[in-house]
Design a protein around this ligand. Structure first.
Ligand SMILES: Nc1ncnc2c1ncn2[C@@H]1O[C@H](COP(=O)(O)OP(=O)(O)OP(=O)(O)O)[C@@H](O)[C@H]1O
Ligand SMILES: [Mg+2]
Length: 286
């Protein structure tokens, strides 16, 4: 992967937000699980020193991490740190660790291009690459945006949502102008939405008024999302009504961000693609 045009159909998606705890990791995990049900080769890059995605993806071992990869930064070096996740199926992981925090302070002139270099010739082995960013627009998130071709802004239906999403989009615009012209704003997704709460309805209307078509939809607030993460399994394998609702929403989001290509379907048309629907507007049980 370089500043050349992205390979058609392949998507490198960075999930970002300025604010912490809005659901970046959960969205990355939900999309990875949705892609895995379609047998798409998926790589999750955990670029957050909190290593929450790494914990949830439960790899058997992680001898090297994103911290080692960014330190080294030779072209293609990421392949030496990528391990199978503990999930069944086709999800691989470039794990994180606390030490990655030290890389966040490195702001040498070419530092933002380190992940992109490390993924050169590696990202092409996957149908989908999902990068989980830390809760800031600092150096690690810049690395993610330099490596990505699509930026997904995650937000919550709160008073701060419009301002936070605006700042994230500005960061995306800056990286597109200065370093990664292939980067597109994939859109904004609101997470943990309860459509029965008037406050959430109001905030969703506010987001739509501010960002129009950039709003990709709303992901429902369902405790199954947390339960599946706690059990280190994809929400797609969790058995509850709430889990099904969350899965439908992740399927719909994946379809909007990275629809399957013809070549992917013919190569791996083993299981039927789960039924895709619009992201549900009404909530139900957890
Ligand atoms: N749709 C959802 N329904 C219910 N719980 C959710 C949902 N999305 C996220 N959560 C829970 O909210 C908490 C924060 O989510 P998550 O860790 O994904 O946010 P984050 O943006 O990655 O946080 P950080 O900024 O710290 O990396 C977690 O406990 C997660 O399980
Ligand atoms: Mg996170």
């Amino acid at each position: 992967m370089s500043s050349q045009s992205p390979i058609p159909g392949r998507r490198v998606i960075a999930a970002l937000s300025l604010k912490g705890g809005v659901g970046k990791t959960s969205v990355v995990l939900g999309l990875a699980g949705a892609a895995a049900t379609q047998r798409r080769r998926t790589l999750v890059v955990d670029l957050d020193p909190q290593a929450n995605a790494t914990a949830a993806l439960d790899p058997r071992e992680a001898p090297f991490t994103a911290s080692d990869v960014l330190f080294d930064a030779r072209p293609g070096i990421a392949s030496e740190a990528i391990v199978p996740s503990g999930w069944p199926g086709t999800v691989s992981l470039l794990p994180s660790e606390r030490a990655l925090e030290h890389r966040a302070g490195d702001a040498s002139p070419d530092s933002a291009g380190r992940l992109r270099r490390a993924l050169e010739g590696v990202a092409e082995d996957y149908d989908l690459v999902l990068i989980d960013c830390p809760p800031s627009l600092g150096e690690l998130t810049r690395n993610a945006l330099f490596a990505a071709d699509l930026a997904l802004v995650v937000t919550e239906p709160s008073f701060f949502a419009v301002a936070a999403a605006q700042q994230a989009l500005e960061a995306v615009g800056l990286v597109r102008e200065h370093g990664n012209p292939s980067l597109q704003a994939g859109g904004i997704v609101a997470n943990r939405v309860r459509p029965t709460l008037p406050e959430h309805v109001f905030r969703m209307d506010e987001l739509r008024a501010a960002f129009g078509g950039l709003i990709l939809g709303a992901l429902p607030d369902r405790s199954a999302v947390q339960q599946a993460q706690g059990a280190c399994v994809p929400v797609q394998s969790w058995q509850s009504h709430g889990a099904k609702e969350a899965c439908l929403a992740f399927d719909a989001l994946l379809k909007r961000l990275a629809p399957r290509t013809g070549s992917e379907m013919s190569a791996r048309s083993v299981t039927p693609t789960p039924k895709s629907v619009e992201i549900p507007a009404q909530g139900g049980a957890s």
